[in-house]
Design a protein around this ligand. Structure first.
Ligand code: SF4
Length: 331
């Protein structure tokens, strides 16, 4: 339960052990659990995962288990949409890593709790296509398209790793939809300190990565695909790796500096400065020696990231041509 605190069993256990909300918020016996909850949110914000902590003594196990409801209260006190998305993603990613070591019985019960209808057969899992579509709506890679799945009697067949990935996505959405919880004055008062600390860190992060203007780039000349990718980034939603590659190569080609591109990516829930910088520098040719050009329209289409092509799109074969042509038309 301490390792998988989002399971119903954990909630029932906490109810049965019966600490009242008041005790939970004020009793010194729960002080360590309150601290562990704040640490859980910080780990999510800073490392995008929940760390493994020692679970040797009963007290350690209890604190770890209670750190989950505390973390949800703290995230709700902060109430920042970016933190909610980042926290939900971190819990789900950590869950995925931990589920790998679990047996089929555990996975079956987990998927039942997440309402993912499925059946296991010969080491594979079959899930109904409607559940598959629901769970993978935001996974935009080619491998997640329904058209690329084997479909038998309405069921999609997945290997264990991909099924766990579907469960990760279901857990992420569940946690994200449940937050923020309603928090009263007493809860706000109890968690004032970690709330302020988190607000400071979020603010610091926002100013560090604050996107400046696009320099010489005219956003009115962007093709619909790049426009959509940028807009998705600005709402803080993730975009597929193919989209990250295409957008980075496109903006670099137009002369935007790597640091400016880095700032744009800082709003996505799984942002990692080191990895993102490495990828931008790789695409720019700084570390790879090859300056990549953005994909052509036909490739963008096959990646599923050619969004809402307009009448000008019918005359070009490359997003860069769209940008140039639109410039000529405007002048
Ligand atoms: S046709 Fe080309 S430029 Fe237009 S939206 Fe699709 S990929 Fe972008």
């Amino acid at each position: 339960m301490a390792r998988f605190p989002y399971l119903k069993e954990t909630a029932s256990h906490i109810k049965e052990s019966d600490p009242s909300l008041d005790d939970f918020l004020t009793d010194p016996a729960y002080e360590e659990a309150r601290i562990a909850g704040g640490r859980r949110v910080l780990e999510a914000l800073e490392n995008s995962k929940i760390e493994d902590h020692s679970l040797v003594s009963d007290a350690e196990i209890l604190n770890e288990l209670l750190s989950y409801p505390v973390a949800r209260m703290i995230v709700s006190c902060v109430g920042d949409p970016f933190l909610i998305r980042r926290y939900a993603l971190s819990e789900a990613k950590t869950g995925y890593e931990r589920w790998k070591a679990e047996d089929d019985e555990f996975i079956t019960s987990l998927s039942n709790e997440l309402d993912v209808d499925h059946k296991m057969e010969d080491g594979y899992t079959k899930i109904h296509f409607s559940d598959f579509l629901k769970a993978t709506a935001q996974l935009r890679g080619k491998i997640w398209k329904l058209i690329n799945q084997r479909l038998d009697d309405g069921y999609v067949t997945l290997n264990r790793q991909r099924f766990l990935r579907v469960l990760q996505e279901s857990l992420r959405k569940k946690i994200e939809n449940e937050l923020p919880l309603e928090v009263n004055e007493k809860i706000l008062e109890t968690f004032r300190e970690p709330t302020l600390e988190l607000l400071d860190k979020i603010q610091e992060r926002k100013s560090k990565y604050k996107a400046e203007d696009f320099g010489k780039i005219r956003t009115t000349r962007l093709p619909p695909c790049m426009h959509r990718l940028l807009a998705t980034l600005q709402t803080g939603e993730g975009i597929p790796h193919t989209g990250r590659f295409a957008l980075t190569a496109f903006l670099r080609h137009l002369g935007l500096r790597p640091d400016d591109i880095l700032r744009m990516f800082s709003t996505i829930p799984d942002f990692d400065e080191g990895k993102t910088r490495y990828q931008i520098e790789h695409i720019s040719g700084v570390t790879s020696g090859t300056k990549y050009t953005p994909p052509e329209c036909s490739t963008m289409k096959s990646y599923g990231i050619c969004y809402d092509p307009d009448e000008l799109c019918a005359r070009i074969k490359h997003p860069l041509s769209y940008y140039r042509l639109k410039g000529k038309r405007r002048s």
